[in-house]
Design a protein around this ligand. Structure first.
Ligand SMILES: *Cc1c(COP(=O)(O)O)cnc(C)c1O
Length: 404
């Protein structure tokens, strides 16, 4: 993604042309950025040979999943719907892990039928249901147990999952109890210890602490796990001031860990793979001046892109056509929805803009479209993939008659 002759482009395709051809709002993904992120991710963990399971909840577009699958990547799913989409995208069940605290009987039955790699169990009750189904179907089911390592991920509170106060995983005592139960069951094959401490993590220290807890609990369990699933959560730079996660340190800590434990590492990255590959293109509907700021009212809203409203997340906004005229006013980019939280960003030094101009909300490839809704009976946006300097519709824009 770069400016060519002052127009923002993906793979040499000018985004104003894309907007003109397909309309706005539009999620636009760069295949080359996706490819780069995957290469980078693999490179960061070179020498570890992890199984990478893409977190489908971050972006569940079928075509995106297909492209990711082609890099030999599996899937981390959290519902039957995601599991079906992953399988339909060609991802082999032997590379799919299923997480989540509330998998229903029906969902577990389906996952067992599909023979996926692992069901990551998050409670004793869930484990009992799995055993019951396994017994009924006379099958041996591979399970992992998700440990809550009680480590603070030091990220946004709302996306932290590894504290004992969070609903995820089981505590150490419970973990050891469930491990024992699995060992004694003829229908359960205990394959994995899993952890996932949260999302958008930029500091390696929570991961370090997590590895220490994992190491200690493995020792106490006196068990050799085929897999240790370390989850995802690797953060990206949404704002220029964000520091970067020190992958070198994280990777060397894992290498040290692997010297003590003969096991295979699983990662479940979402954001670090797809976030930076997506831009949400939007058109300015109106500009409204108030006493101390100017509202830039966009044609996209919190239903199209919810992160700012949901987490107070900050995303860079760029003009699709760049100029050199600065304006010295506070601009607030907002959506048209009747909620005060339907606001994207407040900026003090943006270029001069007018109604009808296009902007791009950056790094919206993860938790963008997958979190969108029909709130205010607004149709969900179109998704476009740009690959080899060509653009493809990978999800049609919803039509009003489909939702009215
Ligand atoms: C959401 C989630 C992930 C992905 O997190 P990212 O921050 O997108 O990498 C991985 N594993 C589990 C269990 C999750 O719930």
């Amino acid at each position: 993604m770069k400016y060519i002759k002052n127009i923002l482009t993906i793979d040499k395709i000018p985004l104003n042309k894309v907007a003109k051809k397909y309309g706005t709002p539009a999620y636009c993904y760069s295949f080359s950025e996706l490819k780069n992120n995957i290469k980078q991710f693999k490179n960061n963990f070179k020498g570890i040979n992890p199984l990478i399971c893409f977190s489908v909840k971050s972006n569940s577009n079928r075509r995106i999943l297909q492209e990711i699958k082609n890099f030999n990547i599996g899937a981390d799913v959290v519902s039957k719907g995601e599991l079906i989409k992953a399988i339909k995208s060609g991802i082999k069940p032997s590379k799919i892990v299923f997480s989540g605290v509330g998998k229903t009987y029906h969902e577990l039955e389906f996952a067992i039928k599909k023979k996926i790699l692992l069901i990551n169990v998050e409670s004793e009750s869930e484990l009992m249901v799995i055993e019951k189904i396994a017994k009924l179907k006379k099958k041996i089911v591979n399970v992992g147990i998700r440990l809550n390592p009680d480590t603070d991920a030091k990220t946004i509170k709302k996306i932290s999952t590894g504290n004992i106060g969070n609903k995820f995983g089981v505590n150490e005592i419970e973990f050891l109890k469930l491990t024992k139960f699995c060992k004694s069951s003829r229908f359960l094959n205990m394959k994995c210890m899993s952890v996932h401490i949260g999302s958008q993590i930029l500091d390696y220290r929570p991961y370090k602490k997590m590895l220490e807890v994992v190491d200690a609990v493995i020792k106490k369990s006196k068990y050799e796990f085929d897999y240790i699933d370390l989850g995802g959560g690797m953060g990206i730079s949404y704002e220029k001031k964000n520091k970067k996660l020190n992958y070198k340190v994280y990777s060397s800590l894992i290498k040290k860990f692997l010297k003590k434990h003969k096991t295979r590492i699983i990662f479940e990255p979402g954001r670090s793979i797809i976030a930076s590959a997506g831009i949400l293109i939007s058109k300015i509907t109106y500009i409204k001046r108030s006493k101390n700021k100017v509202f830039i009212i966009l044609d996209c809203a919190m239903n199209d892109f919810m992160r700012p409203a949901l987490y107070g997340a900050k995303h860079e906004i760029l003009p699709i056509t760049k100029n050199t005229k600065k304006i010295n006013k506070t601009l607030e980019f907002v959506g048209p929805i009747c909620e005060t939280t339907d606001t994207f960003s407040k900026l003090n030094n943006f270029q001069s803009i007018k109604e009808g101009d296009l902007i791009g909300i950056m790094n919206t490839g993860a938790y963008g479209m997958s979190l969108s809704s029909n709130y205010n009976v607004r149709p969900m946006p179109i998704e476009i993939l740009i690959k080899n300097s060509k653009s493809f519709v990978i999800l049609k824009r919803q039509k009003l008659n489909e939702i009215t």
